[in-house]
Design a protein around this ligand. Structure first.
Ligand SMILES: NC(=O)c1ccc[n+]([C@@H]2O[C@H](COP(=O)([O-])OP(=O)(O)OC[C@H]3O[C@@H](n4cnc5c(N)ncnc54)[C@H](OP(=O)(O)O)[C@@H]3O)[C@@H](O)[C@H]2O)c1
Length: 247
């Protein structure tokens, strides 16, 4: 954590080059995505409809895309045991968290490669490393995001040294859909968006952008796994949506 005091600030300007650079942010009509768009304050295309990969592909033709942020995830999904999930719950969560990320990446990478220096940021979660009970499917999609981003970053490191691919570990954020009240450890979407943009340029392709979250990750890394499981089980049992009024 402390090495951050000695590193330079955000490298984002490096990725805003050429006459008309564009950024694409998925899930940008609300929450962290909306705040990212406001923070980037440049030409930004929102992409929120997972069924419309081909539409996004059409929309980026002729645009100088230099930044892509895969932000959308199934935060609003039910908190429940897997056997209570409907086929639609499962499909929505995996589509939004894994398929959409993969399909969109396939379509956007050629543009990012052509327009280097360029940047892809994939928004992840604490639950990728510490999967949450009652959020098994969502946790699995975030573990997918983490593995996918790392493999992708390594694939491109040598052939495309000016294409930066970065995973951001995000913890609780006070977005409308998460229903979390804002606090020091649950910051506003604007605070997280600024932290995400500031984190660009750090050496690692795995970053925890908001420092109190980074501190929490550091503490959790030193705790026995069983303690973390028990803590998460208690926390999310309270939030279960499949047994409301029957805890
Ligand atoms: N909030 C947290 O506490 C938290 C914690 C850790 C990680 N994260 C991660 O941060 C990212 C953003 O989270 P957030 O809380 O900002 O999310 P959010 O507020 O739920 O995101 C809202 C955006 O996602 C779009 N979206 C949601 N469901 C959709 C669907 N089924 N199809 C298409 N678009 C959909 C919304 O578009 P419409 O308005 O058009 O539906 C909106 O633009 C996610 O990857 C999430 O996993 C969040």
């Amino acid at each position: 954590m402390f090495w951050r005091l000695f590193t330079r600030s955000s490298d984002i300007e490096r990725f805003r080059h050429g006459e008309s650079p564009w950024a694409l942010v998925t899930g940008a009509s609300d929450g962290i995505g909306k705040a990212l768009v406001q923070t980037l304050a440049s030409r930004v295309a929102d992409a929120t409809q997972p069924a419309l990969v081909s539409k996004v592909a059409e929309a980026v033709v002729g645009k100088r895309l230099t930044i892509a942020i895969n932000n959308v995830g199934d935060v609003e999904g039910p908190v429940q045991i897997v056997e209570n999930a409907t086929p639609e719950d499962i499909e929505r969560s995996i589509n939004l968290g894994a398929s959409w990320l993969t399909q969109l990446t396939r379509v956007l990478l050629p543009y990012l490669i052509a327009n280097q220096p360029s940047l892809m940021i994939n928004i992840g979660s604490l639950v990728a490393k510490h999967p949450s009970p009652y959020l098994a499917i969502y946790s699995a999609t975030k573990a997918y995001t983490l593995a996918f981003t790392h493999a992708l970053a390594v694939e491109h490191r040598k052939p495309h040294p000016s294409l930066r691919i970065q995973y951001c570990e995000v913890h609780g954020v006070a977005t409308p859909s998460s229903n979390n009240p804002e606090s020091f450890i649950i910051p506003s979407p604007q605070t997280i968006a600024k932290a995400v943009i500031s984190s660009v340029g750090r050496r690692s392709d795995y970053v925890v952008p908001y420092w109190p979250h980074e501190f929490m990750s550091w503490v959790l890394a030193g705790l026995p796994g069983g303690w973390i499981d028990a803590m998460l089980e208690t926390m999310f049992r309270e939030k279960r949506t499949d047994i409301r009024g029957d805890k």
